[in-house]
Design a protein around this ligand. Structure first.
Ligand SMILES: Nc1nc2c(c(=O)[nH]1)N[C@H]1C(S)=C(S)[C@@H](COP(=O)(O)O)O[C@H]1N2
Ligand SMILES: [Mo]
Length: 420
């Protein structure tokens, strides 16, 4: 039996408080330091890559984060955090909101919060958080949550949108209930083809409905048994900024579908015409979402499953390693839409590949560590490439995959060391 998650009645920090804290922390940092170049900043290796690092507490329930934007909050996970944890700590899990207006406090007492299941159902359901936790079988799944635009800052030619480094992703153990079980309880009308997901932020939105953050999934996907409504992340209630009290978890799919502050599930007989499905988050209908800049009439489809990725963590770029002796090279990878088949390294610019050893397997959708022992046979610079291939046979491309949204970036990563 899985442990039940205890909920705090109310989440504290208000939006105004959040902004004041962020502003206060920033001011403190500038005033408190003697020289401008001492400020807590970091620089990504791309144009206009300098970012402020906000300290722990600048945003509620968050540790030190890379500030991409204050309102709506867009916060990137520092690379050191990803490099040192297979499960990203909640307090450094990245944050991305589209609209500045979302609830800054959520009360979850049964008379204040209900998850509605409506539309083409036999019974309209309104489920309190307590009933959700106690009346449905709890399930846990380890899964990577990755923004469609993760690593967009590295895309060339440059495209508009948040110029993320690689930290618009995180891996967590999500606990909750199967969407399939909720839909079964409500009962589906035969006309059902799609399921839409709406959030608490709709109530505060200054925008009319087509612009509300609403995403849809096809019915068969919605009830595949993996898609879940999560109430906990790494064993704790979700941080407010990551969607307290409930969020959709769509394992293997980009985070745009992982609707936060989920409040309503609507069974539909059509795919929906909202802005966030019909217009935004479209990618070329081609492998790795790749097209040529300036190419015309490329068929575009809604973004869907994630592609594989792999990263180096140690040694650091440029590190000196000894000639003729073994050095441990380490990193992590994930398969995206399916588990990892292999992680391989190349020392000859991609002509030949050698397998890395894979670490513990937490399931198809999780980060997984890898390691490789390198015994250099020549002195001087040594360039390594790392490539992940998933169970479906999808693999990382050698060259940057471009599209106008800067989505699905996943070329092989490289690491140059110095053999001495
Ligand atoms: N309600 C709501 N859910 C949302 C969004 C949003 O703006 N509103 N943004 C989506 C996008 S594009 C991303 S990348 C993820 C980010 O999840 P996180 O903030 O928990 O990291 O939330 C998704 N769910
Ligand atoms: Mo995103």
């Amino acid at each position: 039996m899985m442990e039940r998650v205890a909920f705090p009645g109310v989440i504290r920090a208000g939006r105004r408080e959040m902004l004041r804290m962020a502003a206060g922390a920033t001011a403190g940092m500038i005033i408190g330091r003697a020289r401008a170049d001492d400020r807590a900043t970091m620089t990504f290796p791309f144009a206009n890559g300098q970012r402020e690092i906000v300290p722990a507490g600048a945003f509620p329930e968050k540790g030190a984060m890379i500030l991409q934007r204050t309102r709506a909050p867009v916060l990137e996970t520092p690379w050191e955090s990803l490099a040192s944890h297979i499960f990203t700590p909640n307090d450094q899990f990245y944050v991305r909101w589209h609209f500045a207006d979302f609830p800054n406090r959520v009360e979850v007492s049964p008379d204040k919060f209900r998850l509605r299941i409506s539309g083409g159902v036999s019974r309209l359901l309104e489920i309190s958080l307590i009933d959700l936790v106690h009346e449905f079988e709890p399930v846990e799944i380890a899964a990577v949550n990755q923004c469609s635009g993760n690593s967009r800052g590295f895309v060339t030619p440059r495209v508009p949108g948040a110029q993320w480094g690689h930290g618009a992703m995180g891996n967590a153990r999500w606990t909750g209930v199967r969407l399939r079980d909720l839909l079964a309880r409500a009962g589906l009308k035969p006309s059902a083809t799609h399921v839409a997901f709406r959030s608490l932020e709709d109530k505060e939105s200054p925008f009319p409905p087509p612009l509300h953050f609403e995403k849809t999934l096809e019915l068969d996907h919605a009830r595949d048994g993996d898609v879940m409504v999560a109430y906990a992340m790494n064993g704790e209630p979700l941080p407010l900024l990551n969607g307290y009290p409930l969020r959709l978890v769509v394992p293997g799919w980009y985070a745009t579908y992982w609707v936060k502050m989920l409040s309503e599930i609507v069974v539909m007989d059509h795919p929906g015409t909202g802005f966030w499905m019909a217009t935004a988050y479209k990618v070329p209908a081609r492998p790795n979402g790749a097209m040529q800049p300036g190419e015309a009439n490329v068929p575009m489809v809604p973004i869907s499953t994630m592609t594989p990725r792999s990263f180096f963590t140690t040694p650091a770029a440029g590190a000196e390693i000894p000639y003729g002796r073994p050095t441990l090279i380490q990193g992590f990878a994930f398969g995206g839409s399916s588990g990892l088949r292999s992680v391989t390294l190349s020392l000859d610019h991609g002509r030949t590949w050698r397998p890395a050893e894979l670490g513990e397997d937490y399931g198809s959708y999780s980060f997984r560590a890898w390691r490789f022992v390198l015994t250099p046979t020549a002195r001087g610079p040594c360039r390594l490439l790392v490539q992940a291939i998933n169970a479906k046979g999808e693999q990382q491309p050698l060259a940057v995959n471009w599209n106008p949204g800067g989505f699905m970036y996943n070329p092989v990563e490289q690491l140059t060391l110095s053999v001495v």
